[in-house]
Design a protein around this ligand. Structure first.
Ligand SMILES: Cc1cc2nc3c(=O)[nH]c(=O)nc-3n(C[C@H](O)[C@H](O)[C@H](O)COP(=O)(O)O)c2cc1C
Length: 214
């Protein structure tokens, strides 16, 4: 769908998901992440960049597993994560829009939990490539987990936490030959509707990931 069409639908509150491609499993247990994968950090930093051309090829489950663990997985016995958060609030939820459905990443169980059995990808942003790239992530702040953070700081702290997750994804993508771009040009209310979010949950950013196009 073109950007102009999406903007027109967005103004009318009509930017909606497509039917899912295939049956959506209610839970997807991810394989254990391979923590020895990837290139040296400095090489990944040298390759980090935003890309906006994606092949339609799906991401294999082991790649999705590694990607989500790199993004915001549990990396310590005490439940610590791969990205920081203010007062360890861990307020960011990572939603995973796949052709088969939209899932919430359950970092403790390293699994995906179905939240909507529809293809939400086109709702995750105004740019056309988000519709067909194999994966769009959505970063959502849950303000219920930020009660210890002063009210006036919650949005900026959550945005910083989401930015850290996004950079983890950038470095994972650079290291694994994937393309990615973080996006703020999104219809937050359309995404919140499609994901069935509550008033305590705030859509911050989206990020597309896939194999490079062309
Ligand atoms: C907060 C933020 C929002 C962004 N929003 C978008 C966006 O909506 N669409 C997009 O194509 N790129 C977006 N970008 C990516 C920037 O355009 C990109 O990082 C910048 O052009 C520098 O390019 P580089 O990432 O390749 O270094 C965003 C980046 C940030 C940090």
């Amino acid at each position: 769908m073109s950007t102009l069409t999406k903007m027109a639908l967005g103004v009318m509150g009509q930017l909606r998901p497509r039917p899912a491609k295939g049956a959506a499993a209610s839970t997807i247990k991810l394989p254990a992440p391979d923590k020895r994968a990837g290139m040296p950090l400095m090489e990944a930093l040298a390759k980090r960049r935003s890309s906006r051309e994606f092949a339609r090829k799906p991401l294999p489950l082991p790649v999705l597993s590694n990607l989500l663990w790199a993004a915001f997985g549990v990396n310590r016995r005490d439940g610590g994560r791969t990205a920081p958060s203010a007062i360890n609030s861990q307020e960011i939820d990572v939603y995973v829009a796949l052709p088969t459905g939209a899932y919430l990443y359950d970092a403790q169980q390293h699994a995906l939990r179905l939240v909507a059995a529809s293809d939400l990808r086109r709702v995750t942003g105004y740019q056309d490539f988000v519709d067909e790239a194999p994966l769009d992530l959505v970063y959502v702040a849950d303000h219920r987990r930020m009660r210890m953070v002063p009210v006036g700081q919650r949005e900026s702290y959550a945005s910083a936490a989401a930015g850290s997750i996004s950079q983890n994804v950038y470095l994972f993508a650079a290291s694994g030959g994937l393309a990615t771009v973080i996006r703020a040009w999104i219809d937050r209310s359309a995404i919140a509707d499609a994901l069935g979010l509550s008033h305590d949950q705030q859509v911050l950013l989206s990020q597309t990931v896939g194999y490079p196009g062309k």
